[in-house]
Design a protein around this ligand. Structure first.
Ligand SMILES: Cc1ncc(COP(=O)(O)O)c(C=O)c1O
Length: 399
């Protein structure tokens, strides 16, 4: 299919469209995955820009290497060493957000018609990247820990699976945290299928209990010599600021080289000033204190939304209490009819959330929803839960 035909078929991001509704008066948005503005570190970032631009050497404004500033790669390798094991700067590629990491990994791994396995509910912008490669997207059954290894093995038994995309740590949309044993079993299934596993990890540092997150798939694969190929993606959007657009990709050498070639065609390199700023922010102990504050703050909000849902919506849906990240995934105790006009209900009741269909590869889901607790205040989370219950009561009544 031509690129033009692909664009004609593509649908814009429903979550970004909901973002427009969020601007309307008195709307409580439980829809977006945006960080709480109160936690965006304006002063430290301003100072970091000043320091990054303080040198009299104009090369800071020059073109740079496609795979990123060595100092930035080294700082990221150091920051993530406890989660990934020791890596040198040469193992990394700096990307323009982790979204570009997903896109570049997809372009280098997937030809038209190739199968990529995702969880039954997956991050929509990753699905979009896979669609632009004309990949076949196979939704694989998952439970409260994420993808089921046997279901993946069954799929791989029926057809060749080229890649597997997972957000195993406080996932988007489900918030699920995958345990160590599940990770090992999935790595084994990926290795025996000969499929490359893409581990998208933007929420790792947002665990309410810092110690709760199991090791990365990347680290388990190396430690246990499981023989899978893992592409690891990180991001500073949720922990520092999405506007920086700095993420990073760690991959085996041949894949990394292919990603660098794809990136040359995409944008030559990610912004060097932003990379310099990240180096400044990763130096010293500022970030550790900032992350501790984020964890406390999001834990308070996650618990507030959980409690408000218990009060207002327990008869309408079930969910797991959040353990990190930004999301609660609701399973409706009933199905909303296929043609439910969610937007009209959102407008009427002044609350927004994302219906489950936005996360399923074929848009067929009618029994789930994603709620984000990151952006509204605790008080607005309570109001939002109350209004959400009204929307669901109305939607399920017409079912
Ligand atoms: C699972 C997941 N991957 C990737 C991204 C994109 O992040 P970035 O801002 O680093 O491109 C997001 C953002 O919401 C996300 O939730």
């Amino acid at each position: 299919m031509s690129v033009r035909a692909l664009f004609a078929k593509a649908q814009g991001s429903a979550i970004r469209e909901l973002g427009l509704l969020a601007q309307e008066p008195d709307m409580v948005s439980l829809a977006g995955g945006m960080p709480d503005p109160a936690l965006l570190p304006l002063a430290p970032v301003r100072e970091a820009y000043a320091r990054a631009l303080a040198s009299d050497n104009p090369s800071v404004l020059q073109y740079g290497p496609t795979d990123g500033l060595p100092a930035c790669k080294e700082a990221i390798a150091g920051f993530l060493a406890t989660h990934l094991g020791p890596h040198g700067p040469e193992d990394w590629v700096i990307t323009t957000g982790s979204q570009q990491g997903i896109d570049l990994a997809a372009r280098t791994l997937l030809d038209a018609g190739d199968t990529v396995a995702v969880e039954a509910h997956a991050y929509p912008a990753a699905l979009q990247a896979f669609r632009f490669c004309e990949a076949r997207i196979a939704g694989v059954a998952a439970d409260e820990q994420g993808m089921l290894p046997q279901a993946l093995a069954d799929l791989a038994g029926r057809q060749r699976v080229k890649a597997i995309y997972l957000v195993p740590t406080y996932g988007n949309p489900t918030g699920a945290l995958m345990g160590t044993q599940r990770r090992i079993e999935l790595l084994k299934a990926a290795a025996s299928a000969g499929a490359v596993l893409i581990e998208d990890d933007p929420y790792r540092c947002l665990g309410f209990d810092e110690a709760a997150a199991p090791p990365t798939l990347h680290q388990l694969n190396e430690e246990h010599r499981l023989g899978a190929q893992v592409v690891y993606l990180t991001s500073f959007s949720k922990t520092i600021a999405p506007a920086l657009r700095v993420g990073a990709l760690l991959a085996p050498p041949a894949l990394r080289r292919a990603v660098v070639l794809a990136k040359q065609a995409a944008d030559i390199h990610s912004g060097l000033v932003d990379q310099g700023v990240l180096v400044q922010l990763l130096r010293g102990d500022w970030l550790a204190g900032h992350l501790a504050a984020l964890r406390r703050h999001y834990a308070t909000k996650g618990q507030a939304l959980h409690a408000a849902l218990q009060t207002h919506a327990a008869d309408l849906m079930s969910w797991q209490p959040p353990r990190g990240g930004m999301f609660i995934w609701g399973t409706l105790r009933g199905k909303a009819p296929a043609g439910t006009d969610w937007k009209a209900l959102f407008r009427e009741h002044r609350v927004l959330f994302v219906p489950g269909r936005e996360f399923s590869a074929d848009g067929s889901d009618a029994g789930h929803l994603r709620l984000s607790f990151a952006h509204p205040s605790v008080e607005r989370l309570h109001t939002g839960a109350q209004r959400l219950a009204r929307v669901l009561r109305q939607a399920l009544r017409t079912a």
